[in-house]
Design a protein around this ligand. Structure first.
Ligand SMILES: [Fe+2]
Ligand SMILES: [Fe+2]
Length: 190
């Protein structure tokens, strides 16, 4: 099953994104092993998370509409985040995957949200620290994710939120809620 999805996505995206998707799936499996999550679910969510990333705007808009998900206006205004919603729709209605946790992990991999499930955090962070990522400090964020998922989310959002502000972009509501949630968790731990 998992290999079928690998083959499926290879025909739907360029080589670079295909390698990224394979690396994310592998990182998700690693995180699942360490943090006690179902490795097959982690692999499936990871390999499929960007399945709608190279799709034209009109199709994406249609799929978002068909998805039935609530989408806040800020998220709706940002094309960058559309592919997560469209991917959840595609995986559910075209591929027939019914596991809500897999669908949510794919839907929220671009924006995050408060109180994410273990699988949702694994896919969010797996996407951020996959093997081919080479931004400065990637090793640091990878280590945070491998050590503790909640703290990994906090550290990731503590870094990403100022990036929104610095580049003059609006912040999706669920990303702000995710930040507040994991900041609170980090403070509680101290
Ligand atoms: Fe993505
Ligand atoms: Fe990705």
């Amino acid at each position: 099953m998992a290999d079928d999805y690998k083959e499926l996505i290879s025909g739907m995206m360029g080589k670079k994104r295909y390698i990224h998707s394979c690396n994310v799936a592998d990182m998700c499996v690693k995180l699942a092993e360490i943090h006690g999550e179902d490795t097959e679910k982690a692999y499936i969510a990871g390999i499929l998370h960007d399945i709608r990333k190279e799709i034209d705007d009109e199709t994406l808009k249609k799929e978002i509409e068909l998805s039935g998900y609530y989408i806040d206006p800020v998220e709706l205004a940002s094309r960058k985040t559309w592919h997560g919603i469209a991917a959840a729709y595609y995986v559910r209605d075209v591929l027939g995957i019914t596991d809500t946790d897999i669908l949510n992990a794919i839907r929220f991999h671009t924006v995050g949200r408060a109180d994410m499930s273990k699988l949702e955090k694994i896919v969010y962070l797996g996407d951020l620290v996959s093997a081919e990522r080479n931004y400065p400090d990637v090793e640091k964020y990878r280590a945070y994710a491998l050590e503790n998922l909640d703290n990994g989310m906090y550290k990731a959002l503590e870094w990403l939120i100022p990036d929104f502000v610095g580049s003059g972009r609006m912040i999706p509501v669920s990303t702000v809620e995710a930040y507040n949630c994991y900041l609170k968790a980090a403070k509680k731990k101290k």
